[in-house]
Design a protein around this ligand. Structure first.
Ligand code: SF4
Length: 227
């Protein structure tokens, strides 16, 4: 059994920091000085997002049984094959799988005939779920402090060399049907604005740990890079 028991959390949007800043970054808009031509749609899309979007997180941790150069075997029998993950979690004693999802976006997407509004809502959706994930990791890290345990950054299937196929062990183990999340045969998630990831739990604090953006092919063009 891992230290983090299976848990479903309703993420309190009012506690999640940085949503507006990140949404602006994705829209390429300075939220401190929004150009007049975007102001109305920005405010309206923000209003729709805050009235309709809610988030949940599901996570659980599992003890590590064996760590190789490109393999991590957990005590629950699950094996993750990824050189990057083996490297990132080399000091970890447990791995926590997590899924964060955004409700309210998929219903709105496609029902709006204003392309700019649609793009802005897409940006709000991404900003909500990305910042929701950060809130969730910080919340886990805070809970582990009393045990003098620390978390790594979160790494997701599809980042760098980490195979998309690793969605399968995450989904098979976490069983996120309980929060309404599923994957298709291409490992894409539904609801669309969902994030799956893995964090390591370790006894050492690692201030210079490699971040997911460091290994991501999209870091040169991604508006969220290092956000
Ligand atoms: S560069 Fe962008 S897509 Fe890649 S890990 Fe960073 S935030 Fe995610």
């Amino acid at each position: 059994m891992g230290i983090l028991k299976r848990k479903i959390i309703e993420i309190p949007v009012e506690e999640v920091k940085g949503i507006e800043k990140l949404a602006g970054k994705i829209m390429s808009i300075d939220v401190e000085d929004i150009p007049a031509k975007f102001k109305k749609v920005f405010e309206e899309s923000k209003d729709i997002a805050y009235k309709n979007f809610t988030m949940k997180a599901l996570y659980e941790s599992y003890e590590i049984d064996f760590m190789g150069n490109d393999t991590i075997r957990l005590k629950n029998g699950i094996t993750l094959r990824s050189k990057t993950m083996a490297e990132m979690f080399s000091k970890s004693i447990e791995l926590s799988f997590m899924i964060i999802t955004l409700y309210g976006y998929d219903n709105i997407e496609g029902s709006i005939d204003n392309m700019l509004m649609e793009m802005f809502l897409d940006s709000w959706g991404t900003a909500f779920v990305e910042c929701g994930q950060t809130w969730n990791i910080k919340n886990i890290a805070k809970g582990l402090e009393e045990y003098q345990l620390y978390t790594t950054y979160a790494f997701s299937p599809g980042q760098g060399e980490i195979p998309m196929e690793l969605q399968l062990p995450i989904f098979d183990t976490l069983k996120p049907d309980d929060i309404g999340v599923s994957i298709n045969s291409q490992y894409m998630m539904h609801p669309k604005k969902s994030i799956s990831g893995v964090i390591g739990i370790q006894t050492e604090k690692d201030e210079k740990a490699i971040r997911p953006c460091d290994i991501c092919d999209k870091k040169e063009t991604c508006p969220n890079a290092y956000a």
